[in-house]
Design a protein. Structure first.
Length: 552
């Protein structure tokens, strides 16, 4: 008996050791914030012992994500039941809106130093765009970790409309308009870029066309704070008791993501039966004109375990049961139009990564591939315009083509790279007007529907759109004035001596000014660490194809 017990204990010890002995073992932090110290110490030791000389390129993605996660929470730790944890901070964020200390005006004397106006589109990441069909000069955007902003005065001025929620790093991952109430807007909250280490407050709504926002109290945001998407059922016919809404959650620390439904405009919510998946990460949901619900998911850590399901007649159907899409990482779904729908699939062909576009014209019963020449990149967006028959694909660049065999695939850069969202305004004088959210701001594209290579671009950032996500700042003082150097994610590195100048494009990070000589400063730029005088810069370290962004 003792021998059997020893064998069992030995096997358990080997299992625990093996479970810890892999590059993604740190992800247990997401599920066990109270074990922050022990997990970080064990993983730091794992890195040192497993890769004593250098980290191989295959392991860099997992280790880089670990350092980003660790550095984000290192400054936000507290004690919970005597254990170091980031849970107290996360809970405090959700409770801060009810704190009387947050009521009233902020008496702190803050002055915006910039950059807030720049002639090139480099002012920050726009995650979502919502056009107002009644008021053409009014556009609402969400920027990642910077709240919701409203455009006024034909794009010359922007102002934030969610600061009164007192929620730091707020991002609306989706913004929709009630089809029967023009002034009623609904938004899901969570980061559109990172699924871990961000904040959300469930679903928020506005009853004055976006000028002010409140938390949708009917949704249990204390238990489920991060929402990936919210959509309205397009088949509602002016319902008297409210529209039907669906929301998919983003729950990195609570197991599988879930689907919720409300049949009275968000007053009450219930759990909707989802497909039986393990470790799912829901990324998209759409509803067609036959009440079929389509959802897609990806595994949190695998590039080959994406799923695509259709809910029809009360049951979930695996759309990949006949290996139509093969192994894939993720699928993004266009808004269904009549019986037609497109999906953008990042998968594999002959073990090589590949991005493909599929189409269905029978509500998802059958699919045909219409393009397989796109590069696999982040982000991953697709939208279809039935008026022009143009398909819009967002990755690092904008890709467009017509699904009528009359035009080739066109690649363009809409004033900045990394396409986050499309909002198709409509046709006017032979051109389709499309709003495009990028990592640099907001662009309006006028596309000649008879020659899609003919595009006119308009930078709508205007004045006072300070939404850059600064990860680091260095400040020096000398007799000549103040030198400021800062690094933003997505929008480069900047320096200022009374006027702001972008010193390098790409992703910036931590920055410092030399304390002995203010003419020398240090900053990050993608995979490079740089040192610079005010007239030239040189790299002193490069990390191959991987990046330092988010690290100190």
């Amino acid at each position: 008996m003792k021998r059997a017990i020893l064998i069992i204990l030995g096997l358990l010890f080997m299992h625990c050791a093996t479970a810890q002995n892999d590059d993604y073992s740190w992800t247990s932090l997401i599920h066990n914030p109270a074990s922050y110290d022990s997990i970080c110490n064990a993983y730091d030791s794992y890195i040192l012992t497993t890769y004593p000389d250098s980290i191989p390129e295959s392991a860099l993605p997992a280790i880089k994500r670990y350092y980003r996660y660790k550095y984000f929470w290192n400054n936000r730790l507290g004690l919970e039941d005597g254990e170091v944890s980031y849970s107290p901070y996360n809970k405090a964020v959700l409770n801060i809106m009810d704190d009387p200390a947050c009521e009233g005006n902020d008496n702190s004397d803050w002055e915006l130093l910039g950059p807030s106006s720049y002639h090139i589109q480099w002012l920050g990441l726009v995650q979502e765009v919502l056009y107002d069909p009644i008021n053409p000069d009014r556009i609402i955007i969400s920027c990642d970790r910077g709240g919701i902003w409203v455009k006024q005065d034909s794009g010359k001025t922007w102002h934030n409309v969610t600061d009164d929620l007192h929620l730091p790093a707020l991002c609306a991952s989706e913004i929709i308009r009630n089809p029967f109430d023009h002034d009623h807007l609904i938004a899901s909250t969570s980061s559109g870029v990172l699924s871990n280490g961000d904040y959300g407050v469930g679903i928020i709504e506005s009853f004055d066309n976006g000028d002010s926002w409140t938390v949708m109290e009917g949704f249990s945001y204390q238990a489920t704070s991060l929402i990936r998407r919210v959509i309205a059922d397009p088949n509602d016919n002016n319902p008297g008791n409210g529209i039907t809404l669906y929301a998919i959650t983003n729950e990195p620390g609570n197991g599988n993501d879930k689907i919720y439904i409300s049949e009275n405009s968000g007053i009450d919510w219930t759990l909707f039966p989802g497909p039986s998946l393990q470790d799912v990460h829901l990324i998209d949901i759409e509803i067609d004109n036959q009440e079929n619900i389509f959802v897609s998911s990806k595994s949190r850590w695998s590039e080959r375990e994406g799923k695509f399901y259709k809910y029809q007649a009360g049951q979930w159907i695996d759309c990949n049961v006949d290996t139509t899409f093969g192994e894939f990482k993720r699928i993004r779904i266009s808004t269904p139009t009549a019986d037609k729908m497109y999906v953008l699939c990042d998968g594999f062909i002959n073990d090589q990564k590949n991005r493909r576009i599929y189409k269905t014209e029978d509500n998802g019963t059958s699919w045909s591939i219409i393009n397989d020449t796109l590069p696999v990149t982040d982000p991953c967006e697709i939208e279809y315009s039935p008026e022009s028959n143009i398909i819009y694909i967002g990755g690092v660049f904008l890709w467009i083509f017509k699904d009528d065999n009359t035009s080739t695939l066109i690649r363009r850069n809409p004033l900045h790279v990394d396409i986050r969202d499309f909002n198709i305004i409509g046709l006017q004088s032979g051109e389709e007007n499309v709003l495009i959210g990028t990592d640099g701001g907001l662009t309006l594209a006028d596309i000649n529907v008879n020659d899609i290579s003919d595009i006119t671009w308009h930078n709508l950032n205007g004045n006072h759109l300070p939404i850059g996500d600064f990860l680091g700042i260095g400040i020096g003082n000398d007799i000549q004035g103040t030198t400021i150097v800062g690094g933003t994610v997505h929008c480069g590195s900047w320096k200022s001596e009374n006027n702001w100048e972008r010193i390098l494009e790409g992703d910036g990070g931590d920055s410092e000014v030399n304390w002995l000589d203010n003419d020398i400063f240090y900053y990050q730029a993608n995979q490079w660490m740089k040192t610079s005088t005010q007239s030239s810069g040189s790299s002193f370290y490069s990390n191959g194809n991987d990046w330092f962004i988010g690290m100190k």
